[in-house]
Ligand binder design. Structure first.
Ligand code: ZN
Length: 67
């Protein structure tokens, strides 16, 4: 997925591993946003939990999956 910096408008790539880490972090900290720092201007860009989850719809296993 890509986030666009709110200040300088460059696209910031967020790969799947980074998205997993981000979700893990906001779960632990009980946040609803992840702060993604722009590599160019260092502005913190808020990425919502929904945005992160949308990037990896199958990351969590279905608890009903008994196999
Ligand atoms: Zn920026």
């Amino acid at each position: 997925m890509q986030i666009r910096c709110s200040k300088c408008h460059i696209p910031i790539a967020l790969n799947r591993d980074a998205a997993v880490d981000a979700l893990d972090h906001i779960d632990k900290e009980k946040l609803s946003f992840y702060d993604l720092r722009c590599p160019k201007c260092r502005t913190m860009n808020r990425v919502s939990r929904k945005q992160l989850q949308r990037s990896m719809p199958k990351i969590t296993r279905d608890p009903d999956d008994a196999s």
